[in-house]
Design a protein around this ligand. Structure first.
Ligand SMILES: Nc1nc2c(ncn2[C@@H]2O[C@H](COP(=O)(O)OP(=O)(O)OP(=O)(O)O)[C@@H](O)[C@H]2O)c(=O)[nH]1
Ligand SMILES: [Mg+2]
Length: 406
């Protein structure tokens, strides 16, 4: 500690040639001792306060798991509130409704980004036979994983919101900056290949083969908020380890998380901790408290524990995450009122089109006797006593020369 270095006793190997005035007087020594003592007391008080604060946060996080259990009754309500944001693409194209909120899913390689997309997507699917959407890498080979940006509308085919799966972050902060900045400033393209300078030649060649259709075309979409995914097991290992490589995981996520391009003004990304199903509850709580301190965020509010479980509490954690992100992406998201207004606009436009079409048809084909505004049929004038035109009678003998050339 900083204070301790000032309190070291004078060395016995000090230069004997120093004159007596160079040595501290007795009175000075005692005041310095007092100072050291007060430093130690202050430091121990600070350490105690920090520990009690940590304990408080730990209790709060632990309680948040109990709160999830008590909120399970609201599961259906949470589901329908998100589905109410369902956004028809025809609606947005035809009537200029704003795009649904788009969230960029980022995190270290193998942290569970693609799995998280499947976990979230599954919440809105009632057909248990629906296959998983995002490609999950099932071994730890460094060459496997997500290399292309993938767009996932959730629910499938009619988006309430959109998730973008990305390539894992690099250990090199400057490479991450180069990768993230264009996504956040120019937008992301579905199917875009993400390569890095440090990629091996074999990997580059393999990715080129995989990118047969070319990835640079297509319209770029803006990102409205970021979800930062970390592997809870790796965080736990790095917390407890003295091994520099394992400790490096925490440092890497700290640097990447603080990347200013991932934040929206003061709004830093939501953090998702995966692999909780492989940890004890106390370790899951410790990981969240640790991450809260490391990244400077509230672990109960901004860190979401989403393991590979299918229980109602995990489902609620997914909804909590989505509400958090939708709330932060507020300025870009169409409100339910907006969507109602767009739907009314759509119905009015549809009615106007139908009426115009009927009118045009009426003008071209002419009025049918039965239609309003059409002249009454011939029999009607007799009934109403109006004068009738004499019936036409042709004298065939007088006009037959017109055809027979006689
Ligand atoms: N037990 C458990 N395994 C998980 C969880 N999340 C992800 N995994 C596993 O972790 C491995 C990597 O998951 P991915 O979803 O492919 O990770 P990723 O972040 O998309 O990986 P990259 O695309 O390579 O960056 C897979 O074997 C997943 O099954 C989790 O919450 N619990
Ligand atoms: Mg992936």
């Amino acid at each position: 500690m900083g204070g301790d270095s000032n309190c070291s006793s004078p060395s016995s190997t000090e230069d004997v040639s120093l004159s007596s005035q160079d040595f501290p007087h007795e009175s000075n020594l005692s005041s310095r001792d007092d100072e050291c003592l007060s430093h130690k007391v202050v430091n121990s008080l600070i350490a105690e306060a920090a520990e009690s604060q940590r304990l408080k946060v730990y209790t709060k996080v632990l309680r948040s798991y109990e709160d999830l259990q008590s909120k399970i009754d609201g599961l259906e309500d949470a589901n329908s509130r998100i589905l109410n944001l369902r956004h028809s693409h025809i609606l947005s194209r035809e009537f200029g409704a704003p795009d649904p909120s788009s969230f960029l899913v980022v995190g270290p390689k193998g942290s569970g980004k693609s799995s998280l997309i499947n976990k979230i997507s599954r919440v809105f699917e009632y057909n248990v036979f629906q296959p998983a959407r995002a490609q999950v890498s099932c071994n730890s080979s460094p060459e496997d994983g997500t290399y292309f940006i993938h767009k996932y509308m959730v629910p499938r085919n009619s988006a309430s919101f959109i998730l973008y799966d990305t390539r894992g972050l690099s250990d090199d902060a400057s490479e991450n900056l180069k990768m993230i900045k264009p996504w956040m400033t120019k937008g992301v393209r579905d199917g875009e290949l993400v390569t890095r300078e440090s990629d091996s030649e074999t990997l580059k060649a393999r990715l080129k083969c995989m990118d047969r259709e070319g990835s640079s075309s297509g319209q770029a979409s803006s990102i409205h908020f970021v979800i930062f995914v970390v592997n809870g097991l790796s965080v736990l290992e790095s917390m407890n380890s003295t091994d520099e490589t394992k400790k490096g995981y925490s440092e890497m996520i700290k640097t990447a998380f603080k990347n200013p391009w991932l934040s929206f003004k003061d709004g830093m990304p939501a953090i998702v901790v995966t692999h909780g199903d492989l940890m004890s509850l106390s370790d899951r709580v410790r990981v969240r408290v640790y991450l809260g301190e490391l990244l400077g965020v509230d672990p109960t509010d901004q860190i979401f524990d989403i393991p590979e479980n299918d229980d109602p509490a995990t489902k609620l954690a997914k909804f909590d995450l989505l509400f958090y992100c939708l709330d932060r992406a507020e300025p870009c998201r169409p409100s339910i009122d907006d969507l109602f207004a767009y739907k009314v606009k759509a119905v009015v436009k549809f009615l106007i089109t139908i009426i115009t079409a009927i009118f045009m048809f009426w003008m071209v084909v002419g009025p049918h006797p039965g239609w309003p505004g059409a002249p009454p049929p011939a029999g009607d004038s007799l009934q109403h006593g109006q004068p009738q035109a004499p019936p036409f009678k042709a004298d065939w003998h007088k006009i037959r020369h017109l055809w027979l050339e006689e």
